[in-house]
Design a protein around this ligand. Structure first.
Ligand code: CDP
Ligand code: CDP
Ligand code: CDP
Length: 273
């Protein structure tokens, strides 16, 4: 029988959701579901068909794409270390993302996608399609035939003890009955510094074009604003979510705190984790 512990983590960009959700999933033997990746994949699929995320004329075509595209999320736990020199530091679990069989893991993180995502994320029909898929995944259904959509997902763990899904509306809309909801925040400044460091690391050491910190901060605040203020499924702390300010926490401290909260709740609810 399936009695999966459901952990919902929501919060703004760079609040540490995905890193800590992956670490928690690895340690707790949970499945990890990246709901943001699904919005990114649909944005990519739309742009490739020259559909405009903001055009009302294209909205129904984009919804059709969301319903019919095959989306695979494949998280690799215990990945090999990136290099031998840094082998003392374990690598975080990685999520590979496929669109209709093509590996789009890196492409969906591009600025082009991030810039266009708000038009997709504010389309109510697209949201409905993706929420339906997300709920199926959270209930351990990896091979799914819905009314208008079907998908197949690799069974990533033989028998997960639970699932963790991160996003914007997981606690409020996708999994309103989640066993534990956590809303993570950090000041805009701290989050912009995190993104800035990530962008610096992604750059080659030979060619170093300048990244403007103020531009990073501005982009982040713009996306915060559209996520918090959109009409449908805005970013919002669920009433029963635990609020966690991570401004002064390291990734590991944040992950430890989340795992501690899960174990406490699991005990109260008689889950055998
Ligand atoms: O990693 P980061 O927080 O920057 O982004 P993400 O989680 O990949 O989400 C990208 C965008 O997808 C967000 O800014 C939201 O507009 C949208 N999204 C959403 O609307 N609902 C979700 N459950 C997850 C993401
Ligand atoms: O998923 P989300 O956009 O909320 O954040 P993330 O991708 O997990 O984290 C964004 C960046 O912030 C990563 O480079 C993390 O290593 C870093 N981070 C941090 O330095 N301290 C934290 N407490 C959380 C995240
Ligand atoms: O049966 P269906 O076409 O729905 O799905 P599939 O044959 O299981 O997977 C479709 C394609 O996704 C495969 O041919 C693989 O190339 C790709 N895929 C992958 O490369 N890695 C995964 N973890 C999942 C799918």
């Amino acid at each position: 029988s399936k009695n999966l512990f459901q952990l919902a983590i929501d919060g703004p960009a760079a609040s540490g959701k995905s890193s800590t959700a992956r670490i928690a999933a690895q340690r707790l033997k949970f499945e990890y579901i990246d709901s943001g990746a699904m919005y990114r994949v649909v944005t990519l699929a739309a742009l490739r068909q020259n559909l405009s995320p903001l055009s009302l004329d294209d909205a129904s075509k984009i919804t059709y794409l969301a319903a019919t595209s095959h989306i695979f999320l494949h998280t690799i736990f215990n990945p090999p270390p990136i290099s031998h020199t840094s082998s003392s530091k374990p690598s975080l679990p990685q999520t590979l993302v496929y669109l209709n069989g093509e590996d789009v893991t890196h492409e969906i993180r591009s600025q082009e996608i991030t810039k266009n995502i708000s038009g997709i994320a504010s389309n109510p029909d697209v949201r409905q399609v993706l929420v339906e898929k997300q709920r199926a995944l959270a209930n351990g259904i990896y091979d799914y035939e819905g009314e208008n959509s079907s998908f197949k997902l690799d069974t990533l763990r033989k028998s997960p003890k639970g699932i963790v899904m991160d996003g914007r509306d997981v606690g409020t809309v996708v999994l309103p009955n989640a066993d534990l909801k956590i809303f993570v925040t950090a000041s805009a400044r701290v989050r912009a510094i995190r993104r800035y460091k990530e962008l610096q690391q992604q750059q080659s050491t030979i060619k170093k074009p300048l990244i403007d910190f103020n531009k990073v901060l501005e982009d982040l605040e713009k996306r915060d604003k559209s996520d918090y203020e959109r009409k449908i499924s805005p970013l919002k702390k669920a009433d029963d979510a635990v609020l966690l300010d991570t401004s002064d926490m390291s990734v590991m401290e944040q992950a430890d705190k989340i795992i501690e909260l899960v174990l406490k709740r699991a005990k109260e609810k008689n889950f055998d984790l």
